[in-house]
Every structure is written in C-alpha cells, then in structure tokens.
Ligand binder design. Structure first.
Ligand SMILES: CC(C)(COP(=O)(O)OP(=O)(O)OC[C@H]1O[C@@H](n2cnc3c(N)ncnc32)[C@H](O)[C@@H]1OP(=O)(O)O)[C@@H](O)C(=O)NCCC(=O)NCCS
Length: 295
C-alpha cells in the first residue's frame, strides 16, 4: 500500500531538502515536500520525493522515484499529491533536465518539452589544431583589463551567486545544486563534481563576461564542460575564443585524457556550430519540460 505524506512542516524537512541538494526557497517561494513510502509502517524506507515551490510566476517541481521502486505507480501518486490544489493556475516547470524516457513519462502526464540539452564529445588535439589560426589572429582583441580567474578565485571575488544562477538558466538545474557541488569540491578536494582549479571565469571592469564549469568524469575518462556561458554583449567574440582556447590548452597540459565533452542547450548556437565544424557527434540528449497553465 503506497502512502504519500506531506512533510513540509516536519522538523526533518530542511535536512531532507539539503540532502537532496534542493533549496528551501526558489524564486522567493518556500519548498513544500512530499514523501512516498511503500507501506504505512513507521520506518519503512522512502520510495520517492516530490518538491514544489510556487512562486508568483510558476510552480517549480522536482520529482524523483528511487530507481528500484519505479513502475509501481509512485511517480503518478506523488504528482497527483503535488498537483491537487495547485494544478492549473500557472505554468509548471521541472527544475532539471531529464532523459528521453523520463521526458516521455512527463509528456504522458501533461507536460511538453521546451528545450534540449546536448552533450558533444571532442578530441583535445583536434580542437587545439582547429582553433590555432583563429587564436593567433584574434588573441590581441582580448582587452588588457580583462581577467581570467579560476572558479576558486572567482568565488573569493564574490561571483558565485551570479555564476550559479546563470548556469541554472543555461542548462537546467538549480543555483543551489551548483553551489552544493562547489561546497563539496571544497570539502573533498575532488574535481569529479566541479573543478575549482580548472573551471574558468572571465571578468572585465567589474562585469562577469563568461565562464566555463569543468569537471573530470572518471567513468567517461573525459573532461566535462557542464556549462559554457558568455554574456549577450560578448557573444561570438574574444571571450568565447579565449575561454575555449584556455580550456583546451589546460586539458592538453594536464594530460589525463585525450577527450573533453561539452553540454549545451539547443539554442546555444555558438557551441553547436563549433561542434558541427569539429564533426562532433551528440552523445547524449536531455530534455527540459514544462506544463503550461490552462487559461
Ligand atoms: C519519471 C519518474 C518520476 C516516474 O516514476 P514511476 O514511479 O516509475 O512512475 P509510475 O510508476 O507512476 O509510472 C510509470 C509507468 O509504470 C506503469 N505502472 C504503474 N503502476 C504499475 C504497477 N503497479 N505495475 C506495473 N506497472 C505499473 C504505468 O504503466 C506507468 O505508465 P505511464 O507512464 O503511462 O503512467 C521516475 O522514473 C523518476 O524519478 N525519474 C527521474 C526523474 C528526474 O530526473 N528527476 C529530477 C529532475 S525533476
């Protein structure tokens, strides 16, 4: 017997949200938390969680069923609990991108896909070669006052809230998830979640120009660029080239692998055009989904 309980006012709710890497407020709205359990017995383990933040603009939703508890109606029961009193008054958006089979599940439950996040694989040597002439031609355009910082230095300079917010907008997820990965990297000294030393940030005259969040994925034996953001006023110019050039040079210098991968949303045309020029194949696709309000 599946039991869904709202835990929002439970004293453990804050600890559960923090364990899940989720914020207690989003867009100014407090989190409400539901837990599904396979039985009513005290202490029976959680089968899944749903979290809803209802801001002035939309409902944000995070829904997760424990993998070995799936296909037993838990997802549907959690969604029903979350949507009862709050279904149609404003749009719903998932806080993170999901894979194709999860997207299909959400589509069957009234959602549509509004964006795609691609993952491309590149060879470091080939990218360095392809960029060299352009780099020699354009490197003098980098303004003398422009600065390139590591993520750790950027954190020290107070850039982290902006970076976390822009990263979440660019490829899905929540700012708090980025901040949590950064905090974990400090605690563990590992660059599996995000590399504090090799993620790069470009600033100019007190303005955030661009950043790339890099990590080393041991499973794939590849550097992974999880986010590549360039501010609108600087797109397709020196900042994009500088960041890309330094990332590739760093990858070559460190010598841990011949490859790197880049995640980009389908409307980040610069990265996609670069991938096409390099003949890179999309390795993985994830989907951003939403459900529009019935007006
Ligand atoms: C998508 C997700 C929520 C679905 O959860 P789930 O518990 O497997 O969902 P359900 O069991 O309710 O539904 C799955 C299917 O199982 C089938 N099913 C339901 N009860 C069943 C039962 N008792 N026996 C066999 N099959 C059953 C249904 O046919 C259902 O099909 P439908 O999709 O047409 O409704 C889950 O896969 C998940 O958590 N994925 C990860 C999502 C994620 O990335 N979240 C973070 C970002 S928000």
């Amino acid at each position: 017997m599946l039991v869904v309980t709202e835990l929002s006012s439970d004293p453990t709710a804050g600890a559960i949200l923090s364990h899940l890497g989720l914020p207690t407020t989003l867009d100014g709205a407090g989190a409400r938390l539901w837990m599904a359990r396979p039985g009513a017995a005290a202490g029976s383990p959680a089968a899944g969680f749903a979290v809803r933040w209802t801001s002035a603009r939309r409902h944000w939703l995070w829904l997760h069923v424990v993998p070995d508890q799936r296909r037993q109606g838990t997802g549907r029961a959690l969604l029903a609990a979350v949507q009862t009193e709050a279904a149609v008054d404003r749009d719903w958006r998932l806080v993170d991108a999901v894979d194709a089979s999860d997207r299909d599940w959400f589509v069957r439950h009234g959602f549509v896909s509004w964006g795609e996040v691609y993952e491309y694989a590149f060879e470091l040597e080939a990218s360095a070669h392809a960029m060299e002439r352009l780099w020699q031609r354009l490197k003098h355009r980098i303004p003398a006052q422009a600065d390139m910082l590591s993520l750790e230095q950027a954190q020290g300079a107070g850039w982290m809230p902006d970076i976390a917010r822009l990263q979440a907008q660019a490829v899905g997820g929540l700012p708090s998830m980025v901040l949590e990965r950064i905090a974990r990297a400090h605690r563990t000294g590992s660059d599996e979640g995000v590399s504090l030393a090799h993620s790069l940030v470009v600033v100019l005259d007190g303005e955030l120009v661009a950043f790339a969040l890099a990590r080393f994925d041991t499973g794939l034996a590849s550097w992974m660029i999880d986010g590549f953001y360039v501010a609108p006023a600087f797109r397709d110019g020196w900042a994009t080239l500088w960041l890309r050039y330094e990332l590739v040079q760093t990858g070559l210098r460190l010598g841990r692998t011949k490859y790197y991968r880049v995640r980009a949303r389908n409307d980040q045309t610069n990265t996609l055009a670069f991938a096409r020029r390099m003949g890179a194949q999309a390795q993985e696709r994830r989907y951003l989904v939403e459900a529009l309000a019935v007006t």
